[in-house]
Design a protein around this ligand. Sequence first.
Ligand SMILES: NC(=O)C1=CN([C@@H]2O[C@H](COP(=O)(O)OP(=O)(O)OC[C@H]3O[C@@H](n4cnc5c(N)ncnc54)[C@H](O)[C@@H]3O)[C@@H](O)[C@H]2O)C=CC1
Ligand SMILES: O=C(O)C(=O)Cc1ccc(O)cc1
Length: 309
Amino acid sequence: MTEGCFDRIALIGIGLIGSSIARDVKELGLAKEVVISTRSAETLRRAEELQLGTHYVASAAAAVKDADLVIVSVPVGASEEVARQISPNLKPGVIVTDVGSTKASVIAQMTPHMPQGVHFIPGHPLAGTEKSGPDAGFAGLFRGRWCIFTPLPDTDPQALDRLKAFWTALGSRIDEMDPQHHDKVLAIVSHLPHIIAYNIVGTADDLETVTESEVIKYSASGFRDFTRLAASDPTMWRDVCLHNRDAILEMLARFSEDLAYLQRAIRWGEGDKLFDLFTRTRAIRRSIIEAGQDVDAPDFGRHALDPKT
Ligand SMILES: NC(=O)C1=CN([C@@H]2O[C@H](COP(=O)(O)OP(=O)(O)OC[C@H]3O[C@@H](n4cnc5c(N)ncnc54)[C@H](O)[C@@H]3O)[C@@H](O)[C@H]2O)C=CC1
Ligand SMILES: O=C(O)C(=O)Cc1ccc(O)cc1
């Protein structure tokens, strides 16, 4: 079989991430059959209207029958429920993976339900938007973006290679990490920025002296960037906060300390402290751009599917 291809892929959850995977699989011809299941009948109907798969099934348990790759793309808090549902129908040798934004909790929720002979390999594509649902997905979302795997100690290397080949076919760059380390890294680079965005937009919304219409009318681009993140799916982000609690609280504590330092420097007119920090952070932005990690750059991901690069 061609690298990255499977006979039958089951997609459990068909929102932004699940439907983007479905679109890529269809466009790249990575599976003969794509069976889709999701919790709500309305979303399943929409997936069928959009022709995202080849089969549409109400129950997750029925969807995974005979599948050789199962991708769970649901809010992380629903991982155990899905694992429990699909467990009896997983065929020996099947690869089960997920796309959840937190890893230790998903592993704790799903591993106990994985029968012997099933290869459960947790994963996380670092690609997305503030939108949700099957209409929000698009082909090429994962191109040039990292996909991090957090394999378990007994993960079969061949199954891991097959899954890596699948994500490579989608254009992703592959990395591996310990789940706890993943959760710490993501707490600072993804979870905290979202929490800060929810908070600053909430603060603006609560102000008595500045009206909501003024916030909307005069919002500078910095504030607008926060509103994009703060428009992200409430269920997904509630679950991320509850399921990466310790790492997020650790990073929030550090953040609050550093904010207090900044607050003090502003109060006491310590311009040199402000200038030094702002100079240091400017260098981080430059490093991101130099490392080719600027996802807003017009040519970002251009080389991902080019075999010559
Ligand atoms: N949105 C983003 O930018 C990214 C999200 N992720 C992760 O991907 C996962 C899915 O996120 P999105 O696709 O953005 O969410 P979404 O809200 O667009 O889609 C979620 C899907 O899961 C289904 N679902 C919810 N509960 C379910 C259950 N108990 N059983 C079966 N289906 C259920 C919904 O019907 C929907 O089809 C989450 O774990 C999230 O942390 C990962 C990378 C980026
Ligand atoms: O929309 C954005 O800027 C994101 O950061 C998307 C995103 C959200 C959650 C993830 O686990 C990975 C990527």
